[in-house]
Design a protein around this ligand. Structure first.
Ligand code: C2E
Ligand code: MG
Ligand code: MG
Length: 528
């Protein structure tokens, strides 16, 4: 009965023409049947309908609204192309990685959810592959981000070529890609073989040379695979499994693949229950304690102690930090845990301040990278020192080299603030990680601790002996004190002492001790 004026322009037909023939016969959109069905619906139910369709001849998205009107319909056409384009852009931004055009983590998770439902419905197993580029950071650091970006794009293209069109290839982080292989086979063993074949293909394709704007690059990858079988319903768990398998592949020497398997699952469960128990321990005063290991100067006088966490687990007995610190780091529990240790140590410092024997002693507290990276870290240290009334000069924080691997600017700024508080800073386990001498010069440190691995071998390994000697000489030239950790024999002590090492810590001199034993040790030492 009626069409709006805009229709003539949009559809290229006169109002007369539009009104004379059934409207659905005149539209050349992509869904003519749907148009007809909806218009029938409007007429028979006497209700308004609206829908949008793409019109290839016009190259436009057109919206049609039809209102019951007298004996027929009033129809309004409107060009909605701009809104459609905006919607599409928003969709792309929300679900795709702008660099490679691949689905992002968000879309991957949605597809994974669908895959799990499919798998439950038809029993077809699939696989999830976690793919990480080996040494990507080195390329980025040496050749710049532009070259790094080119590699990521190249990898994305190669990955797409390794899988079927229905499979999902996603980029979920810097150099982390995930491939979702759906409906591989109803037999999980066959599905696993197929996934293995795809991963092998990926490994082979990746080691072919990349040409990055004239720079010839060789790249390897590490791949972790987990199967998606009926009965699984947890997306996060699957991702974690594939991630764990990927780490396994890295441990196996990179450029290789690993499947997630039951022993790995057992380890995962164990660390999950450890995390749960650790959370409980944090609110139970009796489970956590600090032990203190004395540190000595060249004349074997005690200069301070290192605080080392101990966990009295209600069922398992004493659990060492080597076991629970990594779990605490993974789960973020390291932040409250570290704060707890720091608070205990500061209380102890405040308490020792008033006693002649202990007033000059320092306490070293270990700080893990994740804890140090926490934006509130320096404020927390400041607050704890104030609340406990601890002398800041007696507090020493032991940092690890992993802090130097990235965000060096933030690390430096945080360290400077800590130094301003009067807190001393030490670099722990020196020689095991990054060990960049160039960085060392830029850091506001007081001391470095030679890792016990070097100390253990100074007498048997000429290389380690030379390194230990060189570290001491170099540290001294930069005005840093050197502490040797893990000193177990007189011979080691003598060797390091002859090379000028300033302080010593290790079983030879004293093990880590509970507070009472430490105080007894100090008393004995003072009178000896
Ligand atoms: P670390 O900071 O290098 O601590 C020194 C470790 O060497 C301690 O192990 C200590 O018991 C051990 N040790 C001392 N003397 C000797 C020796 O003569 N020979 C040998 N072989 N080992 C010796 P522990 O207590 O098991 O601590 C292990 C690690 O756990 C620490 O290494 C530190 O990285 C971490 N840790 C301990 N407490 C904390 C904490 O409160 N926070 C954080 N973030 N990490 C902590
Ligand atoms: Mg330490
Ligand atoms: Mg150490």
């Amino acid at each position: 009965m009626y069409v709006n004026g805009e229709s003539e322009r949009l559809l290229g037909a006169s109002t007369r023409q539009l009104l004379d023939e059934p409207i659905w016969q005149q539209l050349q959109g992509q869904q003519p049947d749907l148009v007809r069905a909806r218009i029938d619906e409007a007429l028979s139910h006497n209700q308004r309908v609206e829908f949008e369709d793409f019109y290839p001849t016009q190259g436009k998205w057109i919206e049609l609204r039809a209102y019951p009107y007298a004996e027929g319909l009033a129809v309004y056409f409107r060009d909605v192309s701009e809104r459609k384009a905006a919607e599409e852009k928003i969709h792309r931004l929300a679900f795709y990685d702008p660099l490679t055009g691949l689905p992002n983590r968000q879309l991957l998770i949605e597809r994974l959810e669908t895959a799990l439902l499919d798998c439950a419905a038809n029993g077809h197993s699939g696989a999830l592959m976690f793919i990480d580029l080996d040494n990507f950071k080195v390329l980025n650091d040496t050749r710049g981000h532009h070259t790094g970006d080119l590699l990521l794009k190249g990898v994305a293209t190669r990955l797409r070529h390794c899988v079927r069109v229905d499979d999902t290839v996603a980029r979920i982080g810097g150099d982390e890609f995930v491939v979702l292989l759906q409906a591989l086979d109803s037999d999980p063993a066959v599905a696993a073989r197929k996934a293995h074949a795809v991963a092998t293909k990926v490994l082979a394709r990746m080691i072919e040379r990349f040409d990055l704007d004239g720079h010839q690059h060789h790249c390897t990858t590490s791949i972790g695979i987990t199967l998606i079988a009926a009965g699984q319903d947890n997306v996060a768990e699957l991702l974690q499994q594939a991630d764990m398998a990927m780490y396994q592949a890295k441990h196996m020497g990179r450029n290789t693949l690993a499947f997630f398997d039951p022993p790995m699952q057992a380890a995962l469960n164990a660390s999950a229950s450890l995390a749960l128990a650790l959370r409980a321990a944090l609110s139970d005063d009796r489970q956590l304690t600090l032990h203190y290991q004395p540190q000595f100067d060249r004349a074997r006088r005690i200069t301070g102690v290192e605080a080392l966490l101990r966990w009295q687990h209600p069922q398992r007995g004493l659990v060492g930090p080597v076991e629970f610190i990594p779990v605490a780091e993974d789960t973020g529990l390291i932040v409250p845990l570290g704060l707890w240790a720091l608070t205990q140590a500061c209380r102890q410092l405040a308490c020792w301040q008033g006693q002649a024997r202990t007033a000059a002693l320092s306490i070293s507290v270990n700080v893990s990278a994740r804890q140090f990276r926490h934006p509130d870290f320096v404020d927390q240290v400041t607050a704890v020192i104030r609340q406990c009334g601890a002398p800041p000069r007696r507090l020493r924080l032991e940092l690890t080299e992993s802090l130097l691997a990235d965000h060096l600017d933030i690390t430096l700024a945080q360290m400077a603030r800590l130094r301003q508080l009067g807190v001393a800073l030490s670099l722990d386990d020196f020689g095991t990680g990054y060990s960049s001498l160039a960085y060392l010069k830029r850091l506001p440190l007081d001391q470095i601790k030679i890792d016990r691995a070097f100390v253990a071998d100074v007498l048997s390994d000429a290389g380690d002996a030379a390194i230990a000697g060189a570290i001491i000489g170099m540290a001294h030239s930069m005005g840093l004190k050197v502490v040797a950790e893990g000193v177990e024999t007189e011979a080691q002590h003598r060797f390091l002492s002859e090379r000028g090492c300033d302080q010593f810590q290790g079983f030879l001199l004293a093990p880590p001790l509970p507070l009472e034993a430490l105080e007894a040790f100090i008393a004995l030492h003072a009178t000896a």
